[in-house]
Design a protein. Sequence first.
Length: 181
Amino acid sequence: MIEIEVKAKVDSLNVLKEKLLSLNANLTNTETHLDQVYGYPNKFPPLDGEIIARIRQKQNNKLVLELKEINRETGGIELKYPISEIEIYENFLSKMGFKHFFTVKKNREKYQLGKFTICLDEVEELGSFIEVEKLIEKDILKEETMQDCILLLNKLAPDAVISNDKYGDMLCKKLNISRNV
């Protein structure tokens, strides 16, 4: 699957919650994510087209290993694998040459509005954000789907400024992590 998403920093999640409910969006999940982010030491922060790994732990101790192609403008391929023991996969990623760079902690409320998923995130160290996402199967639909996501985000948060930065990009800037070449 290809995840297409747009993200924007917002001042208030409460205003967005009210707007989503007025549009009959369904609150489908409330969760806490603890994301351990891994990259290749000589390719971090990653450029578009490069791969990162993430081990996501949710509050129910559900663990998922994710490999993500970074494509900030149109979305990239994501592979997700449920795992049972975090230490085994930390070791596995290390053997593949990945290094742990940081952990992102966020509280997320997830809404469904038609075929779109809207996430309201409170991210430790970074603030409040809205993400509008849609999964597609065909590369040819990327541009059209991105425009649809942007239109919906602008409807929900007209004053918000869309950012192509991932939370990892934002943390790299905050932590002064730069690419070694």
